[in-house]
Every structure is written in structure tokens, then in C-alpha cells.
Design a protein around this ligand. Structure first.
Ligand code: CTP
Ligand code: CA
Length: 226
């Protein structure tokens, strides 16, 4: 029946999911991070495990709880996430990059707590490595799914990310809409493929958004014979 079909649709597949907001340290007690809760990535990991996949979830800072049957790897920074993902990339069949990865990190990380002194403090930041783009450039048959957090020009920015990072799908969040994006239980996403918009998933629980995303992935992978 239907339940059986869904439960088996990712059997034998290795799925790698990243989630949460990376933490970029300034000193032993201070860091830069973002509002990501990790819920979208955790929901995707859970939905993939329910379809019989072997799931590894690489999680930065998150409020979500561990999921039974999913291997959880905890990381802090973008650099640690990059290493954890690269170690497992060759073996993966599907990679979903739901993490909110910092674009910048402090150039210098103090090994002792920074003491206050002047009235103003300037912190210099440098770009992190783009993990998704690195994966896209090294792709060897993996089905690669990126996310895009946008507040405007959704389609243009999402398609630009899809091409630049060699993604098979891009899931765009309009983070300016009520009930969507960071730190919500619900989300409104538009899913893009090579041909443009595939579908817009209306306001739904993140767990249901995850189910719909995985249905699309399964369908498109089987259509290309994977
Ligand atoms: N991403 C990544 N490594 C980074 C930055 C982003 O892997 N250093 C990934 C995210 O996990 C997400 C996708 O790239 O899947 C898009 O992230 P987003 O922040 O929307 O796009 P950016 O390319 O960082 O561009 P911008 O923030 O300027 O919109
Ligand atoms: Ca970014």
C-alpha cells in the first residue's frame, strides 16, 4: 500500500543533511551566529530516515532534539562543517544543505577572553568557504539540494544559486514572510530545478515540507534512473 511505498522509497540510499546555524568564535566565551533553529534540517533527516534511508545529520548550533535512527554529528563552525561534510561526501547519494552557514568569521580568534578597553571596537571578518559550492564543484553523481534564504527577488536569486553551486534543486525560503524561515515550526518554500519553479509549498509544518521535498527528490532521481 501507500505506507509501504513511502517507507521504502529511499531504502539503500545514503543521505547527508546539514542543519542549524554555525558558530564563529571571537574568543572562548563569545561568538557570532544566526537565528536558525535547525528544525528544517532535522525534519528532512527524520523524513528521510522514515523512508528507509541511512541518514547522517551534521548539525551546528540548534534547538532541535536528536532523532532515533539518524547518526548525529555535532559541529560548531563553518570550517568544521565543511570538513565533516567532505569526509562523508563521496559515499553520499543525496546531500541536503539546510544549514545556515556563516558567510563571515572573525579573522582572529583570541585564546583568552577579550578585555574591554576603547569606546569602540572594530572586529575584522573574512569570508568562510562556501560548502555547497565546494560540493557542487566536486559532484560525482550525488543529488545535491541547496537552500536559499531570501527577502526579495526569490526566483532570480534561487536560480542564480542553483547554477553557481551546481545544485539539482534549490529550496527557497522567503524569510520576510510571517510563519516562514528562521525559528518557526512552519515554512513557506518554493522549490526550483533546472527548468525553474517546480512548486510552491504553502504554509505548512516543517515536517510536511520535508515530506514534500523528499517526494520530489525521489521522483526526480528515479526519472533520471538513479
Ligand atoms: N552555504 C554554504 N556555505 C556557506 C554559505 C552558504 O554551504 N559558506 C549554503 C547554505 O547551506 C545554503 C546555500 O548555500 O544551502 C545558500 O545559502 P544562502 O545564505 O541563501 O546564500 P549565499 O550563497 O550565502 O548568498 P547570500 O547570503 O549572499 O544570499
Ligand atoms: Ca549566506
Amino acid at each position: 500500500g501507500l505506507w509501504f511505498a513511502q517507507s521504502q522509497s529511499l531504502r539503500g540510499k545514503k543521505v547527508l543533511v546539514t542543519a542549524g546555524g554555525t558558530v564563529e568564535r571571537l574568543d572562548p566565551v563569545r561568538y557570532l551566529t544566526n537565528d536558525s533553529s535547525g528544525k528544517m534540517g532535522f525534519s528532512i533527516a527524520e523524513a528521510a530516515a522514515n523512508r528507509g534511508a541511512e541518514v547522517t545529520l551534521i548539525a551546528a548550533r540548534t534547538t532541535a532534539e536528536a532523532i532515533g535512527g539518524v547518526t548525529l554529528v555535532k559541529v560548531e563552525s563553518a570550517e568544521q562543517m565543511l570538513q565533516a561534510v567532505l569526509e562523508r561526501y563521496e559515499d553520499a547519494d543525496i546531500v541536503v544543505k539546510a544549514a545556515a552557514v556563516a558567510d563571515y568569521r572573525p579573522v582572529a580568534v583570541a585564546d583568552k577572553k577579550i578585555k574591554k578597553s576603547d569606546e569602540r571596537l572594530v572586529i575584522e571578518l573574512e569570508r568562510t568557504t562556501d560548502i555547497l559550492q565546494t560540493l557542487g564543484e566536486r559532484k560525482q553523481g550525488q543529488y545535491l539540494v541547496g537552500f536559499a534564504a531570501e527577502t526579495e527577488q526569490m526566483e532570480q536569486y534561487a536560480m542564480d544559486k542553483l547554477h553557481r553551486k551546481h545544485c539539482d534543486l534549490v529550496v527557497a525560503n522567503n524569510v520576510a514572510e510571517a510563519g516562514a524561515g528562521f525559528n518557526h515550526d512552519t515554512n513557506i518554500v518554493s522549490i526550483y530545478g533546472e527548468e525553474g519553479l517546480i512548486e510552491t509549498v504553502p504554509l505548512m509544518q516543517k515536517r510536511q515540507v520535508a515530506d514534500r521535498l523528499l517526494e520530489i527528490i525521489v521522483q526526480r532521481m528515479s526519472a533520471r534512473g538513479a
